[in-house]
Design a protein around this ligand. Structure first.
Ligand code: NAD
Length: 301
């Protein structure tokens, strides 16, 4: 028996179609606009930005790309972010990572107005998520993962979620969201001892460490949900995740492919966050919650 494939591509397409409908139906003064700031000559970054722009425009979100030379100073970049914050026509701002060495990425993230921080990486949004406060902009990749788990894996309460990776953009915020959804959460990282043993206790195993095909079949509790966040190249230059998909799928109950799993969901959630930021800026309302549900079920309000 093989695992059921968690179809992130299809799920993301459904979310984008729904967003498109909502945006068309909304009687706003102007269209929602996302601003993407990109620095330097990173080719992968350029591809990611192009994909985001295409996806945004397809659903009716304008996307303005601001490109800077890799030599730009921190203050000049901070000034650009300040201008975007003050521009009433811009609803969401993201700064594509990685940034050149002379720039402190956290300082740039902190400069983005929390209402326009549609990546949800700023301290205020992460802090609100940690405190389970409503109104937090949820980090896009973790939010997309929760959406996939909700669709495929039913009730998350009481399940043991093991996350491999503790980065500020994936592992850490994901741990908070899963905790907010009443999972028992274990966060593993590069200093963790006996990762296979801990992984085998997971009902939900999330790999977000950037290690090509590291997670093996014998790390998987039979029937577990396996979410692969990694985007890597294997020894032949082929795109692969952090999970050895072909063997792990024999033990898992559910599994995300790479590509076509978490990646498209991240972009869809970024668009959703931009749409929600726009509505909030236009009407003062918000519809997403600290629990990660689109329509809140956490009873927190
Ligand atoms: P990162 O490099 O910032 O963090 C990696 C984390 O994994 C660290 O916490 C580290 O302690 C841990 N780690 C590294 N090696 C390990 C090992 N051998 N055993 C256990 N833990 C280990 O990475 P990130 O930015 O969180 O990204 C992780 C992966 O996810 C990358 O492949 C990245 O390309 C991908 N990614 C994908 C999406 C998406 O939308 N699909 C979004 C963000 C990142």
């Amino acid at each position: 028996m093989g695992a059921e494939i968690i179809d992130g591509k299809q799920t993301a397409a459904e979310i984008r179609a729904s967003l498109k409908q909502q945006i068309e139906a909304f009687d706003g003064e102007d269209m929602p606009v996302l601003s993407v700031v990109r620095v330097g000559d990173d080719d992968a970054g350029r591809v990611y930005v192009r994909n985001k722009k295409k996806a945004a425009e397809e659903v009716g979100i304008g996307c303005e790309i601001l490109e800077f030379a890799g030599s730009i100073g921190e203050n000049a970049l901070l000034e650009s972010v300040a201008e975007l914050n003050d521009n009433p026509h811009i609803n969401g701002i993201i700064v594509q990572q990685p940034l050149p060495k002379q720039i402190n990425p956290q300082k740039i993230l902190e400069a983005i107005s929390p209402d326009k921080d549609v990546d949800g990486f700023g301290a205020l949004n992460i802090g609100k998520t940690a405190l389970k406060e409503s109104g937090a902009v949820l980090a896009a990749t973790p939010k997309g993962i929760i959406r996939l788990l909700d669709k495929y894996c039913g009730d998350l309460r009481g399940k043991h979620a093991v996350i491999i990776g503790r980065s500020n953009i994936v592992g850490r915020p994901l741990a908070l969201l899963l905790l907010n959804r009443d999972c028992t959460v274990t966060v593993c990282h590069s200093k963790t001892q006996d990762l296979p043993k801990i992984s085998r206790t997971a009902d939900i195993l999330i790999a977000a460490c950037g290690c090509p095909k590291m997670v093996q079949k014998d790390w998987i509790k039979p029937g577990a949900a396996v979410i692969d966040v990694g985007i890597n190249r294997d020894e032949n230059g082929k795109l692969c995740g952090d999970v050895d998909f072909d063997t792990v799928k024999e033990n898992a109950g559910f599994i995300t492919p790479v590509p076509g799993g978490v990646g498209p969901m991240t972009v869809a959630m970024l668009l959703e966050n931009t749409w929600e930021a726009y509505k909030k800026q236009q009407t003062g309302q918000t519809s997403s919650c600290c629990c990660g549900h689109h329509h809140c079920h956490c009873g927190h309000h």
